[in-house]
Design a protein around this ligand. Sequence first.
Ligand SMILES: [Zn+2]
Length: 141
Amino acid sequence: MTTLDEHIDELDKMVVGGTSAPTIRSQIAFISREVAALEAELVRVNVDHANLKEAYLNLQAAQAEKEADPFTNFKGHRFKIGTNGESDGLVYCPNCPTPLSSGQPHLHLTCSKCNFISPKYGYFLPDLIKEAQEYVRAKKA
Ligand SMILES: [Zn+2]
C-alpha cells in the first residue's frame, strides 16, 4: 500500500521532472481525495474512542460501586442491598458486620458479637428490610 508521503514524493518528482500540468493536477486531486478519506476516518475513530471511553468510565464506576462498602445505613441499622435493589434478608449490627437476631419476634434484635441491642423487635425485621430497600431504590432514582 502506497502511503500519503509516497504520493506526495511522487508529486514532487513530477514537478521536478517537468511532468505536464494535467498529470500534476490529477495527482493533487488524488492526494486531496486521500486526505478527505483520512479526515473522515479520523472523525469515525474519534467517535469510536469517545464511545469506548464512556463505556470504560461506566464500567469503572460500576466496579467502584461493587468494591465500595456493601452496607447501607438506615434507621440505626445496616443492610446489604444489591445493585438489583434486593436485600439479602438480614439486618446487620451498626457496630460490626454481624447480622442481628431476636430469637423470638417479641424480643429486641441483638448482636451476638458486640451485644448491641436494637430498639426494634424481631417482628419489625421484614418491615425494616422493606423500608431499607425502598430507601435505596429512592436514592438511586
Ligand atoms: Zn455488633
